[in-house]
Design a protein around this ligand. Sequence first.
Ligand code: DSN
Length: 425
Amino acid sequence: MQKDTILFDLINKELERQRNGIELIASENFTSFQVMQAMGTVPTNKYAEGYPGKRYYGGCEVVDEIETLAIERLKKVFNCTWANVQPHSGAQANGAVFLAVMKPGEKFLGLDLSMGGHLTHGSPANFSGKTYHALHYGVTKDGIVDYEQLEHIARAEKPKMIICGASAYSRDWDYKRIRAVADEIGAVVFADIAHPAGLIAAGLLNDPFDHCHIVSSTTHKTLRGPRGGIIMLRNDFENPWGYKDPKGNLRMMSNLLDLAVFPGTQGGPLEHVIAAKAVAFGEILDGSFKDYGKQIITNAQAMAKSFVSRGYNLISNGTDNHLMLIDLRNKNLTGKKAQETLDKAHITLNKNAVPFDDKSPFVTSGIRIGVPAITTRGMQETHMESIVSMIDKILMNADDENTITAVRTEVKSFMQQFPLYPELG
Ligand code: DSN
């Protein structure tokens, strides 16, 4: 077959979009060239249902080595003792945790999606909310997790699992406090660290492994790997629910989680993606990743300060991590309008509900901004002021096509300083 120019032209178009725009979606990043190279390789051809040393197909000796390398590196990244690197995504990882821990109809407690949580933490539109009995805590008027409410609901309802973690929350978590109430009621604490995982790996935020029984993450956000999911345990434990293996032994949590990923929720693992995960974990272990994490936090705090100085209303008034959530109501803008107008100037971010939002999730009163991708491009705190100034110009003149055109030109020229994938010519 001839080269598929239609498709590769589209991929090149996407490369140019990524090169010329300012990427502020908090959940996105740019992998290294090596991570991308590993993804486009021959393990994509291999079926390997099962786990290293215990597969349902022949010819798995090399992918066994690849998957084992990914697992061993990941264990070092988070100082944990067990990991599963097969989940195709963060949602798949969370689905497997639910399957391992919960029976349909049982109660769990997670942060409300409208307060910064995640679909898989009990949204009625998601399997988690449809299959299980979801209970929710929120944030206080100050935008901080309402730990008192969490404790109150936990004691009153005795959920089987408490989830900590969020997709739009700019503060660190008090895992110790959550574990304390979970111990009172015998609940499992599950931390979904998809967003701040890289900052945790760099030792810059509280360590969830000190207090949470189970931890999941994506690999493509602050961890800067390929798209995918992972599940980890620092301390394996016998399941408290009496589930036994065929020999009559109590199953360990690691065993329940392995079974929940395969055959519970997935079939053949994506060994080419697992290869790329191994590369990304190797990059995290190479020593310079901590500097990347520190720069993310420095950039986020510089950006937050600059927004505040221009009268923007940041939820919780700042950030501890890689993102911030801005309530645009005092600027008479919706999140939808802001996202769409900034898109025209090639500044990419997403509209986001803010706590106690009065608008629908399709409109929203806020925007979420993250700095992992621009930090990977090489930006430092001095560049944050320029970005905020461009965003402000657009938002304050959202119906003025001349301003949008001028900023789009400014964005393109600004981004020339930060080359992306020079290897691709
Ligand atoms: N969609 C991701 C995010 O943007 O945060 C979460 O899954």
